[in-house]
Design a protein around this ligand. Structure first.
Ligand SMILES: C[S@@+](CC[C@H](N)C(=O)[O-])C[C@H]1O[C@@H](n2cnc3c(N)ncnc32)[C@H](O)[C@@H]1O
Length: 178
């Protein structure tokens, strides 16, 4: 069950409307499902995902632990581990980039991919293209920071004919994989 009071205590830029939106997207994943996040930083979005998911959903988070321009890489992993134990959320951590991480998964096995890593066009494109064969039919790829022109460019080039769902007041985007 959502616990935004807890999530607010973890550093990061995810806003409360975005927590609510992500909660709604995650809660649709079936109980035997697989969910992968790329880019956890200190665990702000990961905590939302963990509390929103059904109990048997397997939740993996992928990160290379380089921080961001705003949030330093120094002690990022230690901070994540401390937050996980303090706020009791437990994703399975995959230390690596999307190309390395995608090899952990069978083709057509993932129900939800949430992308919030490097927002440059080439990285978003790589995240999508490496994970696309791993997505089930009817699954969802979603992510943060639609406001970045580079994110929009990557999405429009990877999914020229897909409906990209947005919600006013958040920068979360969502695409259903046919
Ligand atoms: C915007 S932050 C994630 C914010 C996080 N979702 C939150 O709610 O606070 C981006 C994260 O992506 C990671 N990252 C950057 N490039 C990456 C890549 N190529 N593969 C995986 N993770 C990457 C960084 O280490 C950082 O933790």
């Amino acid at each position: 069950m959502a616990n935004y009071e807890l999530t607010r205590q973890i550093e990061g830029t995810f806003s409360e409307p975005e927590m609510v939106r992500l909660n709604g997207i995650v809660s649709k994943v079936p109980d035997d499902g697989i969910l992968v996040e790329i880019g956890c930083l200190y665990g702000r979005s990961s905590s939302v995902i963990y509390y929103a998911k059904k109990p048997n959903v397997q939740f993996f988070t992928v990160d290379i632990f380089v921080g961001t321009s705003r949030w330093p890489a120094d002690k990022q992993y230690e901070k994540l581990i401390n937050n996980m134990s303090k706020f009791e959320f437990y994703p399975k951590i995959i230390h690596g980039n999307s190309e390395m991480a995608s090899s952990h998964f069978e083709d057509q096995s993932i129900d939800l991919l949430f992308i919030d890593a490097n927002h440059e066009e080439e990285f978003v494109t790589t995240d999508i293209k490496t994970f696309l064969p791993k997505m089930k039919k009817g699954s969802t790829i979603s992510g943060h920071d639609w406001g970045f022109p580079s994110v929009q460019a990557a999405l429009k080039s990877c999914f020229p004919n897909s409906d990209i769902k947005l919600q006013q007041g958040t920068s979360i985007w969502e695409i259903i994989i046919e």
